[in-house]
Design a protein around this ligand. Structure first.
Ligand code: SF4
Ligand code: SF4
Ligand code: F3S
Length: 355
């Protein structure tokens, strides 16, 4: 088991400059809501951390979560953090397969019993449908139960692993569930999103490397540092929402001017994720910036909560507690603002006609 190298050794061996590393540490400290004075402490902790053993088990999934993490045009510090973690086993990324790969994995788990980090993406079929998702003849349910026993903590990557995701959507043909529905005796960090923002995945792991503990979580098991604020409060289209300026169709004048997408079904007001600030592909863009409303993909059962293109409705998105009181109030305020704006427009028009 290659645990002799520190994370710093691996990053240096991969050509990461001190400057690049410090930049990553500053961004990570900021994401974790730590003061700037903590950046050097974060850097020291990450640099000297021993490479923990990590096993990534992909279950009933579409590979989108892994794709999100690896789809980068050039190696980044974020990717290298993953290399530095000693990712001993990942079906999709590893070259080995079959019995020998399985044997190697179980041997490594045995050697690191009680200390390894278990990463899971994909949901887990249960009951009569357990056999519908297997690797090398083993059901994913049995693999999870086995791997979880020796894990120090589990990170559920993506909405499928966290809450069941799309496979669990009505009528849930495989009786799929998320990891937290099956494992009750281990710390679990949910990193939802379909797929999750790559920087959030690496940020959570950086936190684990730095402090050796799991971060503060919200009521859905998500790290507060990344999921503490909703999309709507950080959205650059928010000023249009507040002024009651909405796109009515995807190709009208409002859409071209970048107006708010609330009326086209945007679920930003009830969705907690870091997309609006961290963005995707090295900060290039995110769904709302590309002209499509947020689907609410980091929320439990987002697929079953009503049409993606119907404006938000409490009937589908739950009571004020689930939706978030401020979000519900915000949605009402935005619509009221829209009505007010329309009223003012009409009045101005009438005055113009009378003049
Ligand atoms: Fe695919 Fe989304 Fe599930 Fe990830 S969360 S495995 S991207 S369906
Ligand atoms: Fe942005 Fe959507 Fe909120 Fe409009 S409703 S401000 S597009 S998050
Ligand atoms: Fe998902 Fe909405 Fe972000 S759809 S990727 S949470 S903008």
């Amino acid at each position: 088991m290659a645990v002799s190298n520190t994370v710093g050794d691996v990053l240096r061996a991969n050509g990461v400059s001190r400057r690049g590393f410090m930049k990553f540490c500053a961004a990570t400290a900021s994401m974790m809501a730590l003061p700037p004075s903590m950046v050097s402490a974060v850097a020291a902790a990450i640099e000297t951390a021993k490479r923990p053993s990590v096993f990534w088990l992909p279950f009933q999934e579409c590979t989108g979560c892994t794709e999100a993490l690896t789809r980068s045009h050039s190696p980044t510090v974020e990717n290298l953090i993953f290399d530095a973690l000693s990712l001993d086993y990942h079906h999709t990324l590893m070259a080995a397969s079959g019995d020998r790969a399985e044997e190697a994995m179980y041997k490594e788990m045995e050697a690191n019993y009680g200390n390894y980090l278990l990463l899971v993406d994909g949901s887990i079929p249960t009951g009569d449908y357990e056999a519908y998702s297997c690797t090398n003849g083993h059901t994913h349910l049995s693999m999870l139960l086995h791997a979880a026993k020796g894990a120090a903590a589990i990170v559920s990557i993506g909405t499928c692993a966290a809450y069941g995701g799309i496979p669990k959507a009505n009528p849930n043909p495989t009786q799929a569930v998320g990891v937290q529905d099956l494992i009750k005796d281990k710390p679990i960090i949910n990193v939802p999103g379909c797929p999750p923002v790559p920087t959030v995945m690496t940020g959570v792991l950086a936190h684990y490397l730095t402090f050796g503990t799991i971060p503060e979580l919200d009521e859905f098991g998500r790290p507060m540092a990344f999921f503490g604020q909703n999309i709507h409060d950080r959205c650059y289209r928010r000023t249009f929402y507040d002024r009651g300026l909405f796109a009515e169709t995807f190709d009208d004048e409002g859409a071209k001017k970048g107006y708010c997408l609330f009326k086209l079904g945007c679920k930003g007001p009830v969705t907690y994720n870091a997309c609006a600030t961290l963005k995707w592909n090295d900060g290039v863009s995110w769904p709302v910036q590309s002209g499509h409303g947020c689907l609410g993909c980091s929320e439990p059962d987002f697929w079953d909560k009503g049409s993606f293109y119907r404006p938000l409705s409490a009937a589908y998105w739950g009571d004020a507690k689930t939706v978030g009181a401020s979000a519900a109030a915000g949605a009402a305020a935005g619509l009221a603002a829209a009505a007010l704006a329309r009223g003012k427009q009409k009045k101005a028009q009438q005055q113009e006609e009378q003049a």
